[in-house]
Design a protein around this ligand. Structure first.
Ligand code: M6R
Length: 634
């Protein structure tokens, strides 16, 4: 969602802001803007005295006039490049803030783009989040004479600051904050106080980067990683005053907060495309490496052993695990349910965070809440985490982002170690989340004695080589690309599977629709004839996942049903099941793997297929329309 960038220091702020915003593009946005501090300037003078030829006389003196310092706002609907075009040659300044907006209140437009200013144009603000009580505030401020020029919730914030501005930006922002409800990361500058940037955070991410004689503010680390690796992660209800050489962090009332510097361990290359045309393709290919990272340190004596992660105590008397997440992470949680129930024999309920948070849950006091989130900032997932804690339930977070809100607020954390995932479509985050499900399942199975040592050792052995199997599937890229080329013109697709194959089908359908904009439905193969079979028509592609040895015959019966109605069936099946899948029109073969581990390999062709479908249809693969990488609003 919205990306924020701020800079103050002895370098030129404008290129830093533009670079930072470009690194935040992955978050999803529909307009971009920048507020540039323009220092006081000497006005151009007419020479007081001229000689007869009109040349200035050397004698005589001019009264030098200065133009007031001011803030220039450039903002534009559309891509960052369109805003840069309007900006033209980069001006030089020590202070600027920038924003990429993902519309919530008000359509994407130049007027609704951030930064927003007060009536005088001397205070500028950017915001990520939602001011929930904006309507009442706006009405009141209009009655008091403030002029509003946008439809956004954000604009009330800058007018409120104007209302309370009395020579101290810091005091005005503090006062304004006492009137707003909702989620926000705000960054504010004032033409009359060019030595500082003020920022505040509640439920929307923000970090401060520490340079030499320069300080940065951003929504996420990739925006500043090329400039510094020393950051402060700003927590909810924190208020920040940054100058070029200092950072003061307090609560909203002004009580000081001591904070440790967080050293970022990954580098610029990890957040760049590294020769691939898109981040998504790069991240698909990074999966074997990411899986090795996730696995690292978790095998002891040929067994999966997570005891070093310090999570065992929350599982001692566990009767139930809730797994809650959104989107792709939810799909990983669906696999997690089967894996944990089968291996560790614990009852598991997996739900979507935006649904779970409004259910009247009958909490089992002997339960653990597991939230899964790549970004660790997803608003609904965070809300569930907090609700579980309020009910005395211990929370285990599975996340990719060290220091994210989910990681900080959970009782225990397992990091997925996928490295930065930039493409909106999640790929390596999903496969590493799956791997964590297996590691946890096998660890708990060992601790609880629910699987035989032989079974545990066999699965641990297969997991140790799962990266190689994924590598093997990646070699099928060309074949899958050709399939995508063939089917690029379709309107509708179906993804079928049973058991774990159904969970992967859901992920495959999500991937296809989010980046190629093709309608894709995932269905439990056995459920098809209860309604959706009516949609199967001549030439509709059906991608069938066939990896569960005990369910092959059942799934094949369903495939016959769709074929009888004209569907073209692409089977994604394990080599040992190839024979059984002969009747399918196309086959993508997967290496033989224990059925329970099959999702780790079967998802890969679906990711590649979606990628190339989007490419052939000319879609913006890394930044699909209407979507954001980190969904920080409800
Ligand atoms: O950061 P999170 O894992 O919490 O994000 C959850 C979903 O928004 C995310 O997985 C989304 O569905 C992806 N775009 C799917 O590719």
């Amino acid at each position: 969602m919205c990306g924020i960038m701020g800079y103050i220091g002895n370098g030129n702020a404008v290129p830093v802001i533009i670079d930072g915003l470009s690194k935040l593009e992955y978050r999803g946005y529909d307009s971009a803007g920048i507020a540039i501090y323009k220092p006081s300037q000497e006005k151009k003078q007419q020479p007081l005295l001229v000689d007869q030829k009109g040349e200035p006389e050397t004698s005589g003196s001019a009264i030098i006039e200065y133009e007031d310092a001011y803030i220039e706002i450039i903002k534009k609907k559309g891509r960052l490049t369109e805003m840069i075009e309007v900006l033209g040659e980069f001006p030089t300044t020590s202070l600027a803030i920038g924003h990429t907006r993902w519309a919530t209140h008000g359509v994407p437009s130049d007027a609704n783009a951030h930064p927003h200013t007060d009536c005088s144009g001397r205070i500028a603000l950017v915001h990520n989040g939602i001011i929930e009580n904006y309507a009442g505030l706006r009405k009141q401020l209009i009655l008091e004479g403030h002029d509003f020029v946008s439809e956004t919730d954000t604009e009330v914030m800058v007018h409120l600051i104007e209302k309370y501005y009395n020579g101290s930006l810091e005091e005005a922002v503090r006062k304004a904050l006492t009137y707003v409800h909702g989620s926000f990361a705000i960054v504010v500058i004032c033409a009359d106080e060019p030595d500082k940037i003020i920022a505040a955070k509640k439920a929307s991410p923000m970090i401060v980067g520490l340079g030499e004689g320069e300080t940065f503010l951003a929504s996420d680390i990739p925006a500043i990683i090329g400039k510094t690796k020393r950051v402060y992660i700003i927590e909810d209800d924190e208020f920040v005053v940054i100058k070029s050489d200092s950072v003061v962090i307090t609560d909203f009332e002004g009580n000081p907060i001591a904070k440790e510097i967080f050293e970022v361990t990954w580098d610029v290359e990890a957040a760049e495309k590294g020769g691939y045309e898109h981040f998504m393709l790069k991240e698909i290919h990074e999966q074997p490496t990411a899986l090795r990272e996730t696995l690292r340190g978790n095998i002891k004596n040929n067994m999966i052993d997570l005891s070093d992660l310090g999570i065992d105590d929350i599982f001692t008397d566990v009767e139930k695990i809730y797994i809650v997440a959104c989107g792709t992470a939810y799909h990983a949680g669906l696999v997690g349910r089967t894996v944990l129930e089968k291996l560790a024999r614990i009852s598991v309920e997996t739900d979507i965070a935006s649904e779970f948070r409004y259910r009247d849950i009958l909490w089992n006091p002997h339960s653990v809440m597991m939230v899964i989130s790549q970004s660790g900032e997803t608003a609904d997932t965070l809300a569930v985490l907090r609700e579980a804690k309020r009910n005395g339930i211990k929370v285990l977070a599975v996340t990719n982002v060290v220091g994210s809100s989910v990681a900080r607020e959970a009782d225990r954390v397992i990091y997925t170690h996928a490295g930065p995932e930039i493409a909106v479509a999640s790929t390596k985050a999903y496969s590493t989340q799956l791997l964590v499900m297996y590691l946890l399942g096998l660890h708990l199975a060992r601790v609880r004695g629910t699987c035989s040592p032989q079974e545990l050792a066999e699965l641990a052995e297969e997991i140790t080589h799962i990266d190689e199997l994924v590598e093997q599937v990646l070699t099928e890229e060309d074949k899958i690309k050709k399939l995508a080329e063939k089917y690029q013109g379709v309107q509708d697709t179906f993804f079928l599977g049973r058991g774990l194959d159904y969970a992967v089908a859901m992920e495959g359908a999500l991937k296809l629709k989010e980046i190629s904009y093709i309608h894709a439905e995932a269905y439990a193969a056995g459920e098809l004839k209860h309604g959706p079979l009516a949609l199967i028509d001549e030439g509709v592609p059906v991608l069938a996942l066939i990896t569960q040895d005990n369910l092959v015959e059942k799934t094949m019966s369903n495939i016959k049903e769709v074929k009888a109605r004209g569907a073209v069936v692409v089977a994604i099946c394990k080599e040992n099941l190839q024979e059984a899948c002969q009747e399918c029109d196309e086959q993508i073969l997967l290496p033989n793997v224990n059925p329970i581990l099959a999702p780790m390999v079967s998802v890969v062709p679906l990711q590649i297929f979606s990628y190339y479908m989007a490419i052939f249809r000319g879609a913006d693969v890394d930044k699909p329309r209407n979507l954001a990488k980190s969904v920080t609003v409800e």
